[in-house]
Design a protein around this ligand. Sequence first.
Ligand SMILES: [Zn+2]
Ligand SMILES: [Zn+2]
Length: 144
Amino acid sequence: MSPEPILSTIPLVSTRHAACSCEQLRLTVEGEPVRVSICHCLACQRRTGSVFGVQARFDAEQVTTEGASRQYVRVSDEGEKRAFFHFCPDCGATVFYTTEATPGIVAVPVGAFADPSFPAPTRSVWEERRHLWLRLPDDIEHVS
Ligand SMILES: [Zn+2]
Ligand SMILES: [Zn+2]
């Protein structure tokens, strides 16, 4: 009998790193995201400068941050729940945010990971604000 390979007893927890454009503000996550979603709302379009936002949500305990950040408080399209965006004071890129609607959860814009192999979004929200040319994956969950 051959002995069990030692590696098989070590839990496989992936560690990923996100950063702002100048990499002064950095973030590390341990483990897989709770959810990855696309948001088409106009506020996400303005925040990202893109035509939709893609964000990965993690439990706050999975996340550690390093570096200086400033906060911008945004009222959602519904005008009720607030979101707290943390961005680099030097380059302005948002690296993480929290919302009143999801206590204990930290959202990270997927682009901040600069990792094309990051897990794909499984949910699409605010589709009434979607740019009409944009095609989504066939198996994505649609939430209006
Ligand atoms: Zn920066
Ligand atoms: Zn949005």
